[in-house]
Design a protein around this ligand. Structure first.
Ligand code: BGC
Length: 750
């Protein structure tokens, strides 16, 4: 689209408001408007379409000006999910633009996307999220972004009669370009493919510099891994072509990069460039939502540090305006379960408040009339794809996690009716308070011991899981109702919760406390959500530990059990076992992929087997953040930074480090709305040092690993002599102190 116009006076300021059906890229006088990509982002477009606002005062000329906008299909009408699923929101792409100019004399002028614009096709001849982009530089209308260009041969435009009811302002940080990567290796595979390795599985694209003849075609394919023979491997991308094709115009050096697609890759295969590939010509750039980095975690164990790195890159690559399951294959959807399990970890690593606030509004917008929640948000899977336990609970779990992390009650206000509708849905499907209907993904991708002759399997009864999450969501609804002062709901749902737990006991627990599914996930969920009476809890925890030991200190949990596993072990006195699982490096474990060279979190515990062969390509993503939920344990238990619910958003802080796992130090820092919190611990000979930083206007309880007050100092002074440190209690080898803001250096001697 092209619009030429004249400004007649001196410009004071100019603001552009832009959105589109499809994706847009806008230019004024040859300069890009803003530095956001894949705009207007992805929402449940029919109900909520975001527009972006740009200060373009510096882009306008005195006199002749040109706005040029290119559109792509994107999520709006491109191919999404499987089969022939496209045109989900509509068949036609369109632009809505309003440029408001204020002159120095106070007069205003507005340029809008009306019938006076011109249009034509661009050099982007095809663009699809899954398949990639084809650009034919020969078709570029040279100079079209400048006022001197003659557009008399271009067509006009059709002015659509479209509703503005769904227009909303942008809530969250846009997708921007971040880290760039140069090739770490360029080589020819045994099959003869020319491959570039960027050293990191990332999400974004490659910027290419190339020279050649008109019509020469350069093809860039993307892959996350090489197969066991060292060849380029794309079978796990399934139907996604994930290919950039560039046709040269032959006019000297040409620069290419895609506009309306993205790729998940570490390697590219290049065709169409003769001779050796030059590393200078290839730059990979990571694109993701421009969230502030808030957390840092490091330790004395380099594998754990790589795990943290992989978690962060899993987050970057899958936070492209919506939280996606994976960024590479023909999926890349806002799978609710994945986002739910990872949300708390995400809030440590980066500022995700705006990101999730926006997405949760889509959760509510796409929630079905009966309260059921779609499997993916925005829902592109149709009217009957929802209600799966642990997935649909995204509607209660993420609002609560964001409330804890950021202390803002607004998110609970916004989401309350959505939370309640989901609980009511489960209630409506229950008989005698037992919810045992519907189809569920269950403990997705749990460990399947093929060679286990014991007759056991780690399959957890799906309805047992459903009853646990029914209780959990009800508990969170009660918690939210308390915060919002909805006392009737507190009473009503507290009563319901008791009935849900009673029904659980009756159906799934023997009088001696054995669960009908003897799996790790069953015990983890029952314990984490307080499904068992106090009297049965400790022995249930022992059964969990026995189970872990029977697998030679390995976990067998899937998506739903994994996030809580180590927390439950710690809560019931088994931090040593939690650490054994964390440090385990044979399959299944968190460190197994790390040992195999992973740079992101894998979808499956054994995406790549020890012999270098792969899991079934039908479902084998190497960038799936769900199992990265262990990050929450690393921050909250290893270094022990947490918030109390009575002072959410880290107004009232808990610092409870857990020394173990053979670590000699572990450090975490977290930027909160109050300021920076630090918990750094270190062991040295028979001493444990703990450096703590507590921001202004907050207070903290710190648990020190010591039993004798006389053997603890703070900044060199006896602990009990410090006026501003209040010793609260000493029990089980721990001394708890209350402190206010400031920096503290504790030393605990044996
Ligand atoms: C996705 C998952 C998702 C699941 C539902 C898969 O195809 O990649 O991560 O949660 O389907 O079970």
């Amino acid at each position: 689209f092209r619009k030429q116009f004249v400004t007649k006076k001196k410009i004071k300021s100019a603001t552009a408001f832009i959105t589109a059906h499809g994706l847009y890229e806008a230019m004024i006088n040859g300069h890009r408007v803003g530095d956001a990509y894949l705009t207007p982002g992805w929402t449940s477009y029919n109900k909520r379409l975001e527009y972006q606002v740009y200060d373009v005062s510096n882009l306008l000329n005195a006199g002749n000006n040109v706005i040029g906008v290119t559109l792509g299909s994107g999520w709006y009408r491109g191919h999404l999910a499987w089969g022939e699923n496209k045109n989900i929101y509509g068949k036609d792409i369109s632009l809505l633009l309003q440029l408001e100019i204020t002159y120095t004399d106070g007069k205003k002028e507005t340029v809008i996307s009306d019938g006076s614009w011109k249009s034509t096709t661009s050099s982007i001849i095809s663009s699809e999220i899954y398949d990639g982009e084809i650009i034919d530089d020969r078709a570029e209308k040279t100079g079209w972004l400048l006022p001197s260009y003659d557009d008399s041969k271009w067509s006009g435009v059709t002015v659509g009669d479209l509703s503005y009811d769904n227009l909303i302002a942008t809530y969250n940080e846009p997708i921007r370009k971040h880290e760039t990567f140069k090739p770490v290796n360029i080589f020819t595979t045994p099959k003869g493919e020319k491959v570039v390795d960027f050293g990191q599985n990332l999400v974004g694209w490659v910027m290419l510099k190339v020279k050649g003849n008109a019509g020469d075609t350069v093809t860039i394919e993307h892959a996350e891994v090489l197969d066991k023979n060292g060849n380029f491997y794309t079978a796990n991308l399934r139907a996604a072509k994930a290919t950039s094709i560039y046709i040269l115009n032959g006019n000297g050096e040409e620069n290419f990069e895609p506009h309306f697609t993205y790729y998940g890759f570490r390697y590219i295969k290049v065709e169409g460039i003769s001779g050796n590939l030059n590393p200078d010509d290839f730059t990979a750039v990571a694109l993701y939502a421009d969230m502030k980095k808030t957390g840092d975690f490091s330790s004395s164990n380099s594998f754990i540090n790589q795990l943290q790195h992989n978690i962060q890159w899993g987050q970057k690559g899958n936070f492209l305006d919506v939280p996606t399951d994976c960024p590479q294959r023909d999926e890349r959807l806002g799978w609710t379960g994945d986002a739910e399990v990872f949300s708390r970890t995400a809030a440590f690593n980066m500022g995700v408040n705006n990101f999730f606030s926006k997405w949760l509004k889509d959760v509510a917008a796409d929630q079905y009339a009966d309260g059921s929640v779609p499997h993916v948000i925005p829902n592109v899977l149709g009217p009957n794809s929802g209600g799966s336990t642990g997935w649909a609970d995204v509607s209660t779990i993420i609002p609560w996690n964001m409330y804890l992390a950021y202390g803002d009650t607004q998110i609970l206000k916004n989401q309350y009716s959505s939370m309640k509708a989901w609980v009511e849905y489960m209630h409506s499907k229950s008989k005698n308070d037992l919810w045992n209907t519907g189809s569920h993904f269950g403990d997705w991708l749990f460990y399947r011991p093929d060679d286990d002759n014991s007759g056991r399997a780690a399959v957890t009864d799906k309805y047992l899981i459903a009853q646990c999450f029914y209780a959990h969501s009800t508990q969170l609804l009660i918690d939210a109702a308390k915060v919002l002062g909805k006392t009737d709901d507190v009473t009503h749902y507290t009563d319901l919760l008791q009935k849900i737990k009673n029904a659980f006991l009756k159906e799934y627990v023997t009088p001696n406390g054995r669960l009908v599914s003897g799996t790790q996930t069953a015990y983890v969920l029952a314990l984490n959500f307080d499904m068992l009476p106090e009297s049965l809890r400790q022995q249930a925890a022992e059964r969990l530990v026995e189970n872990i030991k029977s697998y030679n200190n390995h976990l067998t949990t899937g998506f739903l059990g994994t996030p809580y596993l180590c927390h439950v072990l710690n809560r019931f006195g088994y931090i040593d076992i939690a650490y054994q699982l964390l440090m385990q490096d044979t399959y299944p474990s968190w460190l197994y992929p790390v040992k195999m060279g992973a740079t992101t979190i894998w979808e499956r515990w054994d995406g790549e087997k020890p012999d270098g062969s792969f899991e079934n390509p039908g479902m084998n993503s190497f960038n799936h953040y769900a199992y990265g939920a262990i990050g929450d344990f690393m921050y909250r238990v290893v270094t022990g930074i947490d918030t109390y619910e009575d002072g959410p958003g880290y107004k009232h802080i808990s610092i409870y480090p857990h020394i173990g796992g053979g670590l000699t130090y572990a450090n975490a820092d977290l930027q909160t709305y109050y300021g920076k919190i630090s918990s750094h611990w270190k062991t040295e000979n028979d001493k444990i040092m703990l450096d703590v930083e507590i921001p202004a206007n907050t207070s903290a309880e710190v648990v020190l690993p010591a039993s004798d007050v006389n053997k603890v100092t703070e900044s060199g002074n006896a602990l009990n002599s410090a006026m501003d440190i209040k010793i609260i209690r000493s029990e089980n080898g721990n001394i708890t102190v209350h402190i206010g803001s400031g920096s503290y250096h504790f030393v605990c001697s044996k």
